[in-house]
Ligand binder design. Structure first.
Ligand code: UFG
Length: 325
């Protein structure tokens, strides 16, 4: 199978490229390296470029592909509020350019990275696919817009897709070759581990007055490898002729920010300095997925559902240059 991975040099994309290579797919990665890393692309062909570049897309897609996986989005909620134009341009307009190029070259199978942020403030948890989608920030709206575009494209053009709504992707390649390398880093697990390793002086806890048992926000952390295996199964389903679908992806178990810190202290054996800070704007108290659709329809079974394992793999990545640990 020939797969184009757009954004394949980023955190999730690079793990996916590795998995596709292991599944004997012929992989081409397109990435502009604005946030990705060339050395994270472990197999296949690599093309440095922008998905907004239609001529480049034409030249790549003219070689013939079975499917496209799209990971090339901006993902920071706060930044999306400050700079919505940047988000609508990249996440919506440039995605349309990609979809148009696919149509022109007869590539009709598409895997899309969507997000729990399309749901907005939860009306109930765990969140299943029937939960209303009312995003509360531009980032979530861009993803929700593309989901709607995809539904229309299937009806009009027969372009079939799977939108995977990630809850909180975390962890690292169990073999230690890949991990999270965002700059700036905003995600809880890597930040907590950087505080454990001494790369940061402390971790700030954004709010202790939420309506949760310990007052800190609850999230559903999903191992990057399990996320990728869901993409692989989604791709198989499309290749098998399945209609377009959206799936929520999480473990169905929520952990509070404090529980993540406690787990990190246990896994690393280090004391982590914690500073209590005000709430971060736009953080719902509790986001937990009901992923039973993915389990039933895709046959997805998370392998690393245990938070300690997720943190352990991320810690191995955080300390990869540290010979003493
Ligand atoms: N948090 C802290 N301190 C930090 C960083 C995060 O307390 O230094 C807290 C946050 O307030 C939140 C939790 O840790 O309660 C998780 O925060 P992350 O930034 O790691 O993840 P989010 O839940 O905000 O974001 C994730 C994805 C986004 C996506 C969002 C959808 O990373 O891309 O889910 O809700 F938009």
């Amino acid at each position: 199978m020939k797969v184009l991975v757009v954004g394949g040099a980023g955190y999730i994309g690079s793990h996916m490229v590795k998995m596709l290579g292991q599944q004997a797919c012929s992989v081409t990665t397109l990435d502009d390296l604005s946030s990705g890393h060339r050395d994270a692309v472990l197999c296949g062909e690599f093309v440095q470029g922008d998905m907004a570049d239609r001529a480049l897309l034409d030249s790549i897609l003219s070689k013939g592909f079975d499917a496209v996986m799209h990971f090339a989005s901006f993902i920071q909620v706060g930044e999306s509020v400050q700079q919505p134009a940047k988000y609508y341009q990249n996440n919506v307009v440039n995605t349309l350019t990609l979809l148009d190029a696919m149509r022109a070259h007869g590539v009709n199978q598409f895997i899309f990275s969507s997000t729990a942020a399309t749901f907005g403030e939860p009306q109930y948890t765990p969140i299943d696919e029937r939960h209303p989608q009312q995003p509360i920030n531009p980032y979530g709206r861009t993803k929700w817009m593309v989901e709607q575009v995809l539904a229309d494209f299937e009806k009009a053009y027969g372009l079939r897709s799977v939108a995977l709504r990630y809850f909180n992707a975390a962890g690292a390649d169990p073999e230690g070759q890949l991990g999270e390398r965002h700059d700036p880093e905003t995600h809880l697990v890597p930040l907590v581990l950087q505080a454990a390793s001494g790369r940061r002086p402390h971790i700030s806890v954004f709010g202790r007055d939420y309506d949760t048992p310990d007052g800190t926000c609850i999230r559903d952390y999903i191992h990057i490898q399990d996320l990728c295996s869901a993409h692989w199964l989604a791709l198989q389903s499309l290749v098998g002729g399945a209609a377009s679908q959206a799936y929520n992806l999480g473990n169905g178990q929520g952990f509070s920010v404090q529980e993540v810190i406690d787990t990190a202290e246990r896994v690393t054996g280090r004391k982590i300095t914690v500073i209590d800070s005000p709430r971060r704007a736009g953080d719902p108290a509790r986001l937990v997925a009901d992923a039973s659709q993915a389990r039933q329809k895709l046959g997805w079974q998370p392998r690393y559902a245990d938070l300690a394992t997720i943190v352990e793999h991320a810690w191995r990545w955080e300390t990869r240059f540290d010979k003493s640990s």
